[in-house]
Each structure stands twice: as C-alpha cells, then as structure tokens.
Design a binder for this molecule. Structure first.
Ligand code: FE2
Ligand code: FE2
Length: 244
C-alpha cells in the first residue's frame, strides 16, 4: 500500500538534498563576490565556511534518504540567483545575501528547531541538531553583512522587493491547500513539518526574527508586514468553518 505521508517525507528529504547542494554553490559564489566588493575578511570566510557546511548537510540528507530506502536525487548544479537584473552588482549581491541568509537560513533554522523535539531516533535528532546549529551561523552572516553594507549603500531599494523575496523563499506550494499526505502529524517523526504547521512557522519566523532584524538595519518592513498580514488573513478565511 502506498502511504502518501511516507512518500511526502521522502520527497521533502530529497528536496532538502537539492536545497543543500544549491546552497553550497550559492554561498561559494557569495563569498567570492563579497571579497570582490571589499567586505570584511570575517564575512568572506564565514560565507566560504557556510558553503562547506552545506556540502556536509547534503551528505547528511543523503544518509537520511538511505535510511528511508528512498532514492537520492541528482545534486543541484546550477548557481541559482534571484535578484532582479536591473539592480547594480552591489545591490544584487545584497539582495542575494538577504534572501539566502536573513530569510532562507532563518526559516530553515526555525523549521529544524520545530522538528528537534519530535524526532524519534537519535540518528534523526543528531542530523537535525547538526543542521540547525549551522543554520544559526549562516543566518548571522546575513545580519553581519547588512551591518557592513548599510554604511556603504542605501538599502531602501530592498523595501518594495521584500514581499517577492519571501514569497520566492516560501516556494509555490506553501500557501496553497495541503496536498494528500502533507498535513499528517506523523510527519513530525520523520523530520518533516506538516503543511499547516509549516505555514504557521514561516509567518511567525518572519514576524519574530526577519522583520525585527531588517528594521534594526534601517530597512522599512511595512510592505513585508502587509504581505504577512495578507497571507495570514487568507489562511484564516480558507480554514474558517463554512458559514462563519
Ligand atoms: Fe543547510
Ligand atoms: Fe545553511
């Protein structure tokens, strides 16, 4: 019998493998570009270390896939970039650092921490703990970069782009209704956050960590806050009982 929740967990770990291999490439590129932009040595080195960490994370994901007897997909080999092309090279670097570190790594850390308590085996707990610990450092790199960048450039260009950035990081499925097997609470034990909980964690992390962080660096978070409010309102409507 095919268990949709089990299949979903296999797919999520395979997707994580792709994300980790892609993140290794991205941090390698960010490290080189930070060096070219004259960023402090410590940030350049942190990004280079993050790249090595992500390669190690990918191999942990491979271990999990093997333990589940699930296939390991091909690694990501493209250097994925998300910054709008009309930006200057320094703005594009800043966009990529904020998207990768301040948003994606922060969200990834929140996901992993949510999963730690529910992990049933020492093996899975160990993997989640290792990944979560490193993602903290990867997120911190973004805030360190912003502290340096804000003295050299006007970061206001980011303001209208933040909703697009966080929507991209969330992916196309997060705010859609749950597909079969994706909202099963048993997923927690397989190291996967069920769909509705993912939606909650994503928005809460934006509110509790990302928005205060960017605000602290002088970036107006109002459009991002509006985006979060709109997503939450849409979720409330879609989950309200009929006639409510
Ligand atoms: Fe990672
Ligand atoms: Fe990371």
């Amino acid at each position: 019998m095919v268990d949709p929740a089990r299949q979903h967990a296999d797919r999520v770990w395979a997707a994580r493998y792709g994300v980790e291999t892609g993140a290794a490439l991205r941090f390698g590129s960010l490290s080189r570009r930070m060096w070219q932009a004259g960023a402090p040595e410590a940030l350049v080195e942190l990004a280079a270390r993050a790249s090595r960490d992500e390669t190690r994370h990918a191999s942990r994901c491979e271990d999990v896939l093997h333990s589940r007897q699930a296939p390991v997909p091909a690694p990501e080999t493209r250097l994925l970039e998300y910054a709008p092309l009309e930006l200057t090279p320094e703005q594009r670097l800043t966009y990529e650092v904020v998207a990768q570190s301040c948003v994606s790594e922060t969200e990834s850390m929140a996901t992993l921490v949510t999963l730690l308590d529910a992990a049933t085996t020492e093996f899975l707990k160990g993997v989640l703990h290792e990944l979560a610990r490193d993602e903290v450092a990867h997120a911190r790199l973004g805030w360190g970069y912003l502290a340096w960048a804000k003295q050299r450039m006007d970061l206001a260009f980011l303001v209208p782009m933040l909703p697009r950035m966080v929507a991209g990081s969330a992916g196309p499925d997060l705010f859609r209704p749950a597909a079969a097997g994706t909202d099963d609470p048993a997923l927690f034990h397989a190291g996967v956050v069920p769909h509705s909980e993912r939606q909650r964690v994503y928005l809460e992390t934006l509110e509790a960590v990302v928005i205060p962080g960017i605000t602290e660096h002088g970036i107006d978070a109002a459009p991002l806050r509006d985006w979060v409010d709109a997503r939450r309102a849409a979720l409330t409507t879609s989950t309200a009982p009929a006639g409510a």
